[in-house]
Design a protein around this ligand. Structure first.
Ligand code: GDP
Ligand code: MG
Length: 599
């Protein structure tokens, strides 16, 4: 297709505002999907996506549409994920497009992620087409929502705001016409050296890494030696193609096109999202500006529940390739054996990975309590040194620490006025500082500065609960700032259990330590002897319980000190067995959940 007949666009919206439904409707109204291929929602094909009703990974589809002017247009669109954890993926799809449809639910109105995605699209220089969806809904109030959209930015004040129902199809042809009329055609030159953006990637067991491309300049055929510019990796491709909507091989891709190239490379780390692909014999002068790499907000250990870690290693390698925002290193644990230390965008992302390991690879894993990354500034002999800590086990001893920094984020929360009090209370409990409060036509938007550790795990669910489901949020990472945090170490039967260590704010340590040891009393599988369990901070035990022994006549109450001789003997024996005891403690998932709940 000639460039003037190509349009590359994304759909950006808050979760549940109808992206996937609109995408399906567009595919139906263009020459893309044949009726037999249709499943309920074509785009959300990963099984976790169906289960959660959200899009996890961006997808790309090519559609053909004959417009009123009689020309056949190629419409390449990229679906973007909608959950708070995944705004990183959104920026990737935006960099590959010239325009974006800003889709807003006409009943719910502008939400935190509508605002955030709109700003991202503007920052990427995209043409934004505002569209109100769900006008068929009895709760729709398009006039009010239109005023909210106009208040986003001066460019929206005079923009034409379309009103549609993605469900019934009403108004959708108008959207197609607007895409063709208003979104600029790609500008690149076919005669320049090849310059293509790798905006996503996927791993195929037989074909190796498949890179998703947006060509800005030049053209691409099979059989030529190509170069990935970031680390000068060369390869020869024997397949290129487009998404129609499944992968379909083709002869050539040109400036302006969106498609894929089968690299044949088997090492996932060689293909970086954000990298520039060019020709080895005739390279482009300058690489495209890459994306800032995704910053994990949450780290957790992942260990196989049973079986060997080789299977897990192979599965993790594939997941890392398919999901450039997931990081993964090997980790050794005294009790859990060998596994991985992984970085996630948030708690939901962690849950998605657990489920993908189960669904796609049949592997059940144990995940340790998540933590944020810390920067530890040392003192004494190591004064001036800074260590980046992504796991509690490597958190330096308190005697070596000058001060610690933790990551902060800006949290934008939108809500109806009635939820404001409860939301503010929750934000304050979560150590948030209010930095901005705005009110636009019944849309309250409050912005907080908060430690990531407070929001990474459960904040989103709590927010939903205190606002009866009405509040929504968007998280933007900010800088590291000094924090008064300490490491809590758990000793069971006098042996430190590394996998149970965690880091938290000093002021919360006494309460969490108490709650935790009481939860451990029930969560740790019992032995024939009682096991004293302590939570220790900076060398001091903050809390202690005895895990009662496994016996029929459990005359011994774990809380009270038994004076019976038999009991004393058991105690001594178990103390002598310290070293042995450590390796023989079992840690089911419930033990790690206890840490989460206590925190
Ligand atoms: P996404 O999260 O933005 O991809 O949203 P979905 O496309 O999955 O839609 C979320 C929900 O809204 C689904 O239950 C859809 O059936 C519903 N929905 C989408 N578009 C419309 C519409 O135009 N009218 C009505 N009444 N419901 C819609
Ligand atoms: Mg969706």
């Amino acid at each position: 297709t000639q460039q003037q007949y190509i349009r590359n666009f994304s759909i950006i919206a808050h979760i549940d505002h109808g992206k996937s439904t609109l995408a399906d409707r567009i595919m139906e109204m263009t020459e893309t999907v044949d009726e037999r291929e249709r499943t309920d929602q074509l785009l959300d094909s990963m099984s976790v996506e169906r289960a959660h009703g959200v899009t996890v990974k961006s997808r790309t589809v090519r559609n053909y549409y004959t417009a009123d002017d009689g020309h056949r247009y190629e419409l390449n669109f990229i679906d973007t994920p909608g959950h708070v954890d995944f705004s990183y993926e959104v920026s990737k799809s935006l960099a590959a497009s010239e325009g974006a449809i800003l889709l807003v639910d006409a009943a719910q109105g502008v939400q935190a992620q509508t605002v955030a995605n709109f700003r991202l699209a503007k920052a990427n220089g995209l043409t934004v087409l505002p569209v109100l969806n769900k006008i068929d809904s009895p709760n729709a109030d398009p006039d009010r929502v239109e005023r909210q959209v106009r208040a986003l930015d001066p460019s929206m004040e005079t923009a034409k705001i379309m009103r549609i129902s993605a469900k019934t199809g009403e108004g959708v042809s108008e959207v197609l016409a607007a895409i063709i009329r208003q979104i600029p055609a790609p500008q690149g030159s076919r005669d320049q050296p090849l310059k293509a953006l790798v905006f996503d990637s996927q791993y195929d067991t037989y074909k190796g890494v498949i890179a998703y491309l947006r060509l800005f300049d030049g053209h691409l055929e099979t059989g030529r030696t190509l170069r990935l510019m970031a680390n000068s990796t060369n390869f020869v491709s024997d397949e290129i193609g487009t998404f129609a909507p499944s992968m379909q091989a083709c002869e050539q891709l040109e400036a302006g096109d969106v498609g894929y190239v089968v690299t044949g490379l088997k090492d996932p780390t060689q293909v970086r999202v954000g990298d520039t692909l060019t020709l080895d014999s005739q390279p482009t002068q300058r690489a495209l500006p890459g994306y800032a790499p995704a910053q994990p907000m949450v780290y957790a250990g992942i260990f196989p529940k049973s079986g060997d870690s080789k299977e897990l290693a192979a599965a993790m390698a594939k997941l890392v390739l398919n999901d450039s925002s997931l990081t993964c290193e090997s980790e050794q644990s005294d009790v859990l054996g060998s596994g991985f230390r992984c970085g996630f965008l948030g708690a939901f992302h962690l849950q998605i990975i657990r489920e993908r390991l189960h669904d796609e690879f049949g592997i059940d894993v144990l995940t340790t309590a998540p933590n944020v990354p810390y920067r530890v500034h040392l003192r004494g002999a190591k004064a001036g040194q800074v260590v980046e800590v992504d796991r509690p086990t490597t958190f330096p001893d308190y005697s070596e620490i000058d001060y610690v920094e933790e990551p902060f984020a800006r949290v934008d929360i939108s809500m109806p006025g009635s939820a404001l009090n409860d939301v503010m209370k929750l934000a304050e409990q979560s150590k948030g500082t209010l930095v901005d409060l705005g009110d636009d036509d019944q849309l309250l938007l409050a912005s907080y500065h908060m430690p990531v550790s407070e929001i990474a795990y459960d904040f989103f669910n709590k927010l939903k609960s205190v606002s009866h489901g009405y509040a929504t949020m968007n998280v933007t990472m900010e800088d590291f700032e000094p924090a008064d945090v300490v490491k809590v170490e758990i000793y069971i039967n006098y042996a430190r259990v590394d996998a149970l260590s965690f880091v938290l704010h000093r002021e919360d340590a006494p309460r969490v330590a108490q709650e935790l040891v009481h939860k451990l009393k029930y969560a740790v599988p019992r032995r024939l002897y009682p096991m004293p369990t302590q939570a220790v901070v900076e060398g001091r035990a903050l809390a202690r319980v005895d895990i009662p022994p496994l016996r029929k006549n459990a005359a011994v109450n774990g809380e009270k000190r038994s004076t019976s001789k038999k009991q004393a003997l058991l105690r001594r024996q178990s103390a002598n067995k310290r070293a042995a005891a450590q390796s023989d403690i079992e840690l089911p998932q419930s033990v790690f959940n206890a840490i989460l709940e206590a925190e």
